[in-house]
Design a protein around this ligand. Structure first.
Ligand code: ASP
Length: 327
């Protein structure tokens, strides 16, 4: 697999206050109908509008991150909340995390099965408990205690994801399984957001069902602070998407911060070296959105496409899907 199939250059956009991703993968034009393309762009726009209006309404960066992620969790298009990918046993196990750059506080949940909005549960872990990460039944029990909205298992499972699992399992049974050769977007599709508020505070959040057909109990990078999510006002806010095991091993989100803080690298260089060089060198693929304290956004990815979008300070919204949409 190409280290950067389709990726020409990394996007570097100034004056951004909010950016999202909806997963990175082999998003090929020929495989996407005009209708699906339009659905994705509308859903990304809706999420950006929700995050931006939180900021305009006086919300802080954490409010904006939560507000932007919630509609994507409800959308069956993305791999988070409703429409999350299924594990090998046909069930959803939801991972999410959130971090504020002002205080360095963070909250996360892994392997939860009930919260309608995993990002909201992660934020409650941050604000309503002395802990950072709740897992599996502990996360679901915490959701109940917090009285946040929970759903039956059947609400999360969409026909598209059930079919996807069936297809993957059938290929395996027939001995034709070649996971590495499959379209990557079948396995990925996490959502994430980074935001910069009027007080100069950064925040980041990520929410996912993990990787399609993952083993029961597998946890990826998304709920792990420093791997899939990181925010520090002095440097940047980062939300990652891709093959989680590699993001964990490289602590990608924190690595961007460390390169800036200790290595004095500017964000675009830090992102290029971590995501476009170190990640593929190890055999991993994926991308991230990372927003600097100066409002510079970078959106590097090694895959053919990444659902992504951003809002500038003056409210201008951009959404992109394919790698070659870069200017
Ligand atoms: N990073 C996620 C995971 O490994 C998957 C994704 O980004 O789509 O769980």
């Amino acid at each position: 697999m190409h280290a950067r199939d389709g990726a020409v250059e990394m996007e570097v956009i100034p004056d951004v206050v909010l950016a999202i991703h909806g997963g990175a993968g082999t998003i090929v034009r020929e495989n996407m109908s005009e209708e699906m393309d339009a659905h994705y762009r509308a859903a990304l726009t809706e999420a950006l509008e929700a995050g931006y209006s939180a900021l305009m309404g006086g919300g802080d960066a954490l409010d904006a991150v939560e507000a932007a992620i919630r509609p994507m969790e409800d959308s069956p298009l993305f791999n988070s909340g409703r429409g999350a990918v299924l594990n090998d046993e046909g069930e959803v196990e939801l991972d999410a995390s959130i971090m504020g750059g002002a205080s360095g506080e963070a909250g996360a949940i892994a392997g939860a099965r009930t919260p309608r909005h995993p990002i909201t549960l992660a934020r409650r872990v941050m604000t309503q408990s002395p802990h950072v990460l709740f897992a599996a039944e502990g996360a679901d029990r915490f959701a109940e205690n917090q009285e946040i909205e929970t759903m039956e298992a059947s609400w999360f499972v969409t026909p598209r994801r059930a079919k996807q699992l069936e297809r993957m399992q059938a290929r395996d049974r027939e001995g034709t399984a070649d996971l590495a050769g499959q379209p990557v977007d079948e396995k990925f599709g996490t959502v994430g957001c980074v935001a910069l508020d009027a007080d100069g505070h950064l925040a980041a959040g990520t929410s996912t069902g993990g990787m399609a057909r993952k083993a029961f109990g597998r946890v990826g990078d998304s709920p792990l602070i420093g791997a899939g999510t990181w925010a520090a006002d002095a440097t940047c806010a980062v939300s990652c998407t891709g093959h989680g095991e590699f993001f964990i091993r490289l602590a990608i989100a924190h690595q961007l911060h460390a390169r800036m803080l200790h290595g004095r690298q500017p964000l675009p260089l830090a992102a290029r070296e971590a995501v476009l060089e170190d990640l593929p060198a190890l055999g991993g693929s994926g991308g991230c959105v990372a927003l600097g304290a100066d409002g510079v956004l970078v959106a590097p990815f090694t895959t053919a496409g990444m659902y992504r979008g951003w809002v500038t300070r003056d409210g201008e919204i951009t959404v992109r899907i394919h790698g070659d949409e870069r200017r």
